[in-house]
Every structure is written in structure tokens, then in C-alpha cells.
Design a binder for this molecule. Structure first.
Ligand code: ZN
Length: 182
């Protein structure tokens, strides 16, 4: 089932999410719906607040990057209650976009590697090191769980330039080929 996507300016995108427990109803169905919603909108990641749920769940598929970033190949994953245990001091800039901020693409500086802990949808715990495009997309989605959207990581000058565009998104004046929550 395709879910409508929350746009920039909606209060849920500014809230820190809650961890969920094994009792959370139909988590597999939810993550399947999130994948379907993400693919339909040509996204590479989607966090639960973007579908109006204040919980620590995200989905990612980086396969589309495999040509330029080999580590992206075949990486399709749903993560529950993820945490960052460690981040590398080495950073890199990459142009990001976000399904909640349509039409805006800007370079963001982030650590190249992160060590993460998360649960899969069977509630098995995993710990692994992500690097390159995997670390990039993960950190963008993880930010959503902290109530942070990537444009908030841009310099004040850049944000000033984007002010009009962001306002248009907040006022639902932007057209998208996927369904957004009005
Ligand atoms: Zn996003």
C-alpha cells in the first residue's frame, strides 16, 4: 500500500521518534508499505515520520547507486530502533534530496563511516560498520528519527537562498508525482 508523504514544515518532522517493541503491530507490513511508497516516489530511503508515524523505523535501498558507488549494490534494508555508536572524523560532501523536501538538492557534509546498531523486522539485533553511500543514506534517514531534515544542516546563507522554495513546500504549492499529506 502506498502511503502519503509528509512535507517539510509538518510538525512530525521536527519530533524525535520513539523506539518500538516486539509488540508493535504488523511491523513487516509497515516496512513493506514504506518500501513500496519509497520506490513509487523514486526515493532511496524513507523514515517513519515521513509517513506520519513518530516511531524509530526506516527503510533504505541504495542499489540505484551501484554504478558510481559499488558499496550501494543490493543493499536493501529495514531498520528498527537504529543507533549510531561511532562516527568517523573523516567527512565528505554529497548532494542530498528528500521526498519531504521536493525540488531541493544540496550538498551536505557527513562522516564517511558510521558504526550502527539496529534491529531487523524479526527483532534480531545487528551491529555493523557502514561506509560510503550506505553511511550517507543511513545518516540522512537517521536524522529524520532525531527530528532533523537535511536542509537544517545547511549553512545559514544557503538556507536563506532556499527560503522561498521552503515556504512554497510548507504551503503545499509544490507539485510532486507522488502523494503528499496536505
Ligand atoms: Zn529525507
Amino acid at each position: 500500500m502506498i502511503l502519503p508523504i509528509v512535507g517539510y514544515g509538518h510538525s512530525i518532522l521536527r519530533k524525535k521518534t520513539q523506539d518500538i517493541t516486539k509488540d508493535y503491530p504488523q511491523i513487516k507490513e509497515l516496512t513493506e508499505n514504506m518500501f513500496e511508497t519509497m520506490y513509487k516516489a523514486n526515493g532511496v530511503g524513507l523514515a517513519a515520520p515521513q509517513v506520519n508515524l513518530p516511531i524509530s523505523v526506516l527503510v533504505i535501498d541504495t542499489d540505484v547507486f551501484k554504478g558510481s558507488y559499488p558499496e550501494g549494490e543490493g543493499w536493501k534494508i529495514a531498520m528498527i530502533n537504529p543507533e549510531i555508536i561511532e562516527s568517523s572524523s573523516d567527512t565528505w560532501a554529497f548532494e542530498e534530496g528528500c521526498l519531504s523536501v521536493p525540488g531541493i538538492h544540496e550538498e551536505v557534509l557527513r562522516p564517511r563511516e558510521v558504526k550502527v546498531r539496529y534491529f531487523d523486522t524479526d527483532f534480531n539485533e545487528h551491529e555493523e560498520i557502514l561506509s560510503g553511500i550506505r553511511a550517507r543514506v543511513f545518516q540522512h534517514e537517521f536524522d529524520h528519527l532525531q527530528g532533523k531534515v537535511f536542509v537544517e544542516r545547511l549553512s545559514n546563507i544557503k538556507r536563506a537562498f532556499l527560503k522561498k522554495k521552503l515556504k512554497d513546500i510548507e504551503q503545499n504549492k509544490i507539485r510532486t508525482d507522488y502523494k503528499m499529506i496536505k
